[in-house]
Design a protein around this ligand. Structure first.
Ligand SMILES: [Fe+2]
Length: 290
């Protein structure tokens, strides 16, 4: 258990991080900074220590309003391109519950470190990779592009999977699903229990660090269990492929031998853009992220 002073320190630290974040963002209303300062003042007044829960609640509400205002700003800026996150502008999502709420199943300290430190480092790494690649496009000079593509995949996969991971958990969780999802489990796995056994076994057998993931596979129209060892090797997840280019040797070697570059430059001459465009429109309009 944290004692009161530790708790105050943590809250102070969190408010300082928030204030720092506010100062780093462009064109943001001064009101948020003032409100954070108000909470910092409350926290430093001895007589308010009995109201720490309330201060924490107010801080969380404020953070929610800030995140929502960012989303609105981003929507307005992009004239209808809803929810577009600008390059290098990903932020750490807030949890819908507190760090200790998943106890005794997941300890508060794990949740705090996992969210505040590990997830934040994915967000930072993703922003850095995106900005670096943007800089390289602007200069039309691609230095260490292999490294930056890996960074983009590693941190992007980390950010998107963790964002989902926090959402698929809740203090009042457990049990089993019902409705359409339950029916689909029965169709694709035989029963919910069979899915659960398959998923648990797959998760147990992931070597080292990685994930077990229930996915919807739209082409066969089925649920599937996949594992992602070293998630960066399997791209960002959470994305939808639009334009794949096969650069395995079998795709070009017979004709181009080791001149992969020539194959790539000629490949642009056979692209079916109307199909890619149709696919883009379909997924952009029909896939929404909850
Ligand atoms: Fe993690």
């Amino acid at each position: 258990m944290l004692d009161v002073n530790d708790y105050i320190e943590k809250l102070k630290e969190w408010l300082n991080d928030f204030e720092e974040q506010l100062h780093q963002s462009d064109g943001l209303s001064e009101n948020f900074v003032d409100e954070v300062k108000g909470l910092q003042n409350k926290l430093s007044r001895e007589e308010d220590h009995g109201k720490l829960g309330k201060i924490q609640y107010e801080a969380e509400q404020l953070y929610d309003r800030y995140i929502n205002s960012r989303a609105v700003e981003s929507r307005n800026e992009n004239d209808g391109e809803s929810k577009r996150v600008a390059i290098g502008e990903h932020t750490l999502p807030r949890l819908n519950y507190q760090y200790h709420d998943l106890e005794p199943y997941i300890a508060r300290r794990i949740m705090e470190l996992h969210h505040k430190k590990h997830h934040q480092s994915y967000v930072d790494g993703l922003n850095k990779a995106e900005k670096e690649l943007q800089r390289q496009r602007e200069r039309n000079h691609f230095e260490l592009v292999k490294h930056w593509e890996r960074e983009l995949a590693f941190h992007g996969a980390g950010h998107y999977l963790h964002t989902l991971f926090w959402k698929v958990m809740t203090p009042k969780g457990g049990g089993q699903p019902n409705g359409a999802l339950l029916k689909q489990f029965v169709l694709d796995f035989g029963s919910f229990e069979a899915f659960k056994a398959h998923f648990s076994e797959a998760a147990k057998n992931v070597e080292g660090s990685g994930w077990a993931i229930l996915v919807w596979s739209p082409r066969p129209g089925r649920l599937e269990v996949l594992t992602a060892e070293k998630h960066q090797n399997l791209t960002q997840w959470d994305v939808i492929p639009l334009l794949p280019l096969d650069v395995w040797e079998h795709a070009y070697y017979l004709q181009y031998e080791n001149k992969r570059e020539d194959y790539i430059s000629n490949w642009w001459k056979v692209i079916n853009w109307p199909y890619v465009q149709q696919r883009f429109n379909e997924v952009r309009n029909n896939v929404s992220i909850v």
